[in-house]
Design a protein around this ligand. Sequence first.
Ligand code: FES
Ligand SMILES: [Fe+2]
Length: 324
Amino acid sequence: MSSSTMVQKDRLTPEPQGVGGFDECWYPVALSSEVAPGMVHGCEFLDGRVVVFRAAGGGVSVLSAYCRHLGADLADGDIKDDCIRCPFHHWTYDASGHCLGSEVGDRVPHGTSLFAFPTEERWGLIWAFNGVEPTYEVPTWEENDSERYYSAIMVADYRGDPFLAMLNVIDVQHLRSLHGLDVSDIDLQTVGESFHVDMTIGGGEMGLPTMTRHAHILGTNAVVYSRTSIGIDMMSAATPYGDGRSRLYLVTAGLHSAIPAEAIAQKVAERQRLSQDVIAQDIPVLERIRFRVDKVTTSDRGVVTFLQFVTNYPRSHPSAALIA
Ligand code: FES
Ligand SMILES: [Fe+2]
């Protein structure tokens, strides 16, 4: 292989997540519906494990899963007075991950804490930021929750990094070839470090209604679709959870101002099913892809720009010592 080919590959092929940390993004770690008040839910995240914990009052925390004493999995613990109690020797942690002590045994060393991720709950998803401080706002729409009916699901679980799911937005050619959709009026804009794509899309075997829509990519893993002419928007975001795999979440949201109240649940469910069908076509390709970008064409301009962005995106792993 010539050295110039090496340079091109290095510049445009992102290192796998976990090499040099993980992208500093907001990641959905669980569905809101998975964590009832007073419950703790364990799940894999980055290269380790976290607990998602909801206090009786509704607030959520995402904390490293392993007890600071001898490492028991706190997902097996119970909730007492809005604190998680370890199943093994009953060390107890508050919602910020601070250890309050134990009712049995020795005094807990001073300053013992779990890793507490910056956490937000929006649109049926519980999001954690990989970093000490968020560098941008959690993905959202401008309208309040009350102006939308929405449904959040985990739509896929695939081998590959989160950025691959964003190619669904940027790679306009595959919308025609793989999904058989009619796509026109494409306008791809890079504003600073953020990507915006407007297009008219519809048709195909699945019968996607023809619509205009605006897509905005946030971080390297999430897209918010807005301003759709059919009154139903979407948001999707992928989360790395170890061994090179990602979970992909999807929120489908109907605007009350655009759809009658009695029809909105059904319309949102129909749109969600269409998205599931589209994503089901992508997954086999994404799972088996061996990414290379040494023969790109003019239409791949957006893909190349996005890959440059992903390759240079900041990474860190402040929770490394406590989640694995
Ligand atoms: S392992 Fe958790 S209290 Fe001992
Ligand atoms: Fe796709």
